[in-house]
Design a protein around this ligand. Structure first.
Ligand SMILES: [Ca+2]
Ligand SMILES: [Ca+2]
Length: 240
């Protein structure tokens, strides 16, 4: 009787074990799917510090990054997301000596016969006629000569490049000066490089509060001047 009476109990245990196994498998599947969803929500750690991809209608924060030069996470005095031309030296750096916005600006010490630049490249897919707004502030020391610009270099489909520039007075000293302009792309572009350019100028030049976007909300005294025209004299200055 003992063995017969135990049999239903053993059957019952087997059923229970099967049910528990099924629940365990279902639980594992749910956990794996959930963890993948959480992973997808996290920012991608592999994002390049100098090139970022722009969606067709990006929020403002996805455009030019660290445009006021306040962030420098590795403390090498080259602002995050920006890269330098080979001609920059240690004296060309983020500095708190002058600032138009926040605590820091970018200082480039111009040298005769040398073209120096700080660059940031955006990747995207822009159609002919795409419009942009470019603005920024520049302050100069007792320098003179050459060319001081906030420039945009577009790389068109097929590889041709064209540069547009907002020029500032190269005869210093000049206090913080604001300039702004609009840019309409004549051709489809896949890459746009923003550059702070100091070419063949002798003296200190400070840049701050650079703006580049497809939208603009007017504020204070900010005004956008006439459209920027092509200026290929500094195309080579917008490369490393
Ligand atoms: Ca700043
Ligand atoms: Ca840095």
């Amino acid at each position: 009787m003992d063995s017969k009476s135990k049999l239903p109990i053993r059957h019952g245990s087997a059923h229970l074990a099967v049910v528990l196994m099924v629940l365990l498998v279902v639980g594992l599947v749910v956990a794996v799917v959930a963890s993948q969803k959480i992973t997808n929500l996290r920012p991608k750690a592999t994002e390049s510090p100098v090139t970022h991809i722009i969606s067709p209608t990006p929020p403002l924060s996805d455009w030019l990054k660290n445009r006021s030069f306040e962030e420098d996470s590795n403390r090498d005095e080259i602002p995050d997301f920006w890269r330098k031309s080979k001609t920059l030296t240690k004296s060309d750096r983020r500095t708190s000596v002058a600032n138009q916005d926040g605590n820091y600006s970018m200082l480039i010490n111009g040298q005769s016969g040398t073209s120096k630049s700080l660059l940031q490249t955006l990747s995207g897919s822009w159609k002919p006629g795409a419009q942009f707004y470019l603005s920024g502030w520049v302050k100069t020391g007792k320098g003179q000569g050459g060319k001081l610009s906030i420039a945009v270099k577009a790389r068109y489909a097929g590889g041709k490049q064209e540069t547009f520039a907002l020029d500032f007075s190269s005869k210093g000293p000049v206090e913080w000066t604001y300039r702004a302009g609009t840019l309409t792309l004549p051709k489809a572009a896949q890459e746009i490089t923003i550059g702070l350019v100091v070419k063949d100028h002798v003296g200190a030049v400070y840049f701050d509060n650079i703006y580049f976007d497809s939208t603009y909300t007017p504020g204070d005294s900010a005004k956008f001047e006439s459209a920027l025209t092509p200026d290929d004299s500094i195309t080579s200055s917008l490369s490393e």
